[in-house]
Design a protein around this ligand. Structure first.
Ligand code: URA
Length: 433
């Protein structure tokens, strides 16, 4: 093992051992380990061990707040105070078919609140907003800070990639967690999300914390703890922060996959779309408007007026995309039929997410290309009646060799029975500061 250089304030092994032995880390230890990892003084294998110790033994609120502050301090901070608009941002902890940012950002902008949405690419079974938008011919995710500010002032909505200067410690650590089975640690998820959002400089923030099989948090108690931790971090940093706990036991809407989700978002902006996508878009819009102090406007009316669609077209055009161009269509499809007549009592988000991913909608290594047209279309949702032999799901891909593994992901992922499941509200609870 290479020892930590003697000029450093701590030794990585000491810090790892402290957390392994269930001790609290001091502020100085946290500041040092995050900074030294960013400087490549703490090695990946050492940070992997520390991340696993944190996953197993946890962190208290002070440690999480300090870890978040250290990640913010690893890079630049943005500032939207020069804008003539109030700002609000939304962050989802990640789910299947979660295309809400696409209709939400233009809707909230059409209501008078600017949305600076720094988004990511998908990794694993959850899709990434940038991958979805890149299925629109010509659309460009990479904007400079100046371009972003200009578009925000002019149009009120921007969805783009976070620059490399924002919380670089998180970029490095997130990639490491992804390959070391340490993503699902509440202190690490909370600090990862909130360091980026606080560094980004939004005035207010609404968190969509997903709960269920397709989410990182599988049960309501863990999701509530994550939401409370993030709301406290945001509130302490002076950002008005609210969280909704929302259902991710089944996919959102009827489409999972990049171009498929863009098409469904455009349906919502045109006044249609699946009821759960519309419900969640409006619920999050109301929270964002309230957090930004704008309570005199009804987002449902603005959506129906077509103004959000106008903002969408301007937002896509400003980033080089053609909002009226045809979206890519997959070369091959395969239909899965209902095995019996009855009620669809379960359609598992994780099964559908992994199926879409294996069809080519997601990547298994950073930097891999995704297929714009790959994904899964649902023909029924839990609670719907189905007839034996009717199409239940259609799989889309350009590479039919992928069908077999995608179908394997769907084994046991749906159930037709005689129980009336009755779809409940997608919003399960609300957490405020
Ligand atoms: N999203 C993030 O940005 N970070 C996490 O740790 C999990 C979801």
């Amino acid at each position: 093992m290479t020892p930590t250089p003697i000029t450093e304030a701590f030794d990585a092994v000491e810090v790892i051992a402290a957390k392994r032995d269930k001790h609290e880390l001091t502020d100085a230890q946290i500041d040092w380990v995050v900074d030294a990892y960013t400087r490549d003084v703490v090695a990946n294998e050492q940070m992997s061990a520390l991340a696993m110790a944190i996953l197993l033994n946890g962190m208290n609120r002070r440690e999480i707040a300090r870890w978040t502050a250290a990640m913010i301090a690893s890079g630049e901070r943005m500032d939207f105070s020069s804008l003539s608009w109030p700002t609000a941002d939304k962050h989802s902890t990640g789910g299947v078919g979660d295309k809400i940012t696409l209709p939400l950002a233009p809707l909230v902008a059409a209501c008078g609140v600017a949305v600076p949405q720094l988004s990511g690419r998908g990794l694993g079974h959850t899709g990434g907003t940038l991958d979805k938008l890149e299925s629109i011919p010509g659309w460009n995710a990479a904007l400079s800070n100046e371009q972003m500010l200009h578009q925000l002032e002019d149009i009120g909505a921007v969805i783009c990639a976070a620059g490399s200067g924002l919380a670089p410690a998180d970029k490095k650590l997130y990639a490491l967690r992804d390959v070391t089975a340490t993503v699902e640690a509440i202190p690490l998820i909370a600090s990862s999300i909130m360091s980026k959002k606080i560094a980004e400089g939004t005035g207010s923030l609404v968190l969509d914390v997903k709960v269920g099989t397709g989410a990182f948090m599988k049960n309501l108690a863990d999701a509530r703890e994550l939401a409370e931790t993030m709301v406290a971090l945001g509130t302490d940093a002076g950002v008005k922060t609210v969280a909704l706990l929302t259902d991710m036991s089944t996919p959102l809407g009827l489409k999972a996959g990049n171009a498929l989700e863009v098409a469904e978002s455009v349906e919502v902006l045109a006044g249609g779309g699946p009821a759960d996508v519309v419900e969640l878009t409006l619920a999050l819009a109301r929270e964002m408007l309230a957090a930004a102090g704008k309570t005199d406007i009804d987002p449902a009316g603005v959506l129906a007026s077509g103004k959000a669609m106008d903002v969408w077209k301007r937002m896509i055009t400003a980033q080089g995309g053609d909002p009226d161009a045809a979206l890519p269509v997959s070369k091959e499809t395969h239909t899965v039929n209902a095995p019996a007549s009855g009620t669809l009592v379960r359609l598992d988000a994780m099964g559908v997410g992994v199926a879409a991913w294996r069809l080519g909608a997601g990547r298994s290594r950073p930097g891999e290309a995704v297929q714009a047209a790959a994904g899964v279309v649902l023909h029924a949702k839990p609670g719907d009646s189905v007839v034996e032999g009717q199409p239940l799901l259609t799989l889309h891909t350009d590479t039919p060799v992928r069908f077999a593994r995608s179908l394997a992901a769907l084994e046991g992922a749906f159930e037709v029975g005689d129980r009336l499941a009755g779809a409940g509200s997608v919003v399960l609870d609300r957490v405020i500061g």
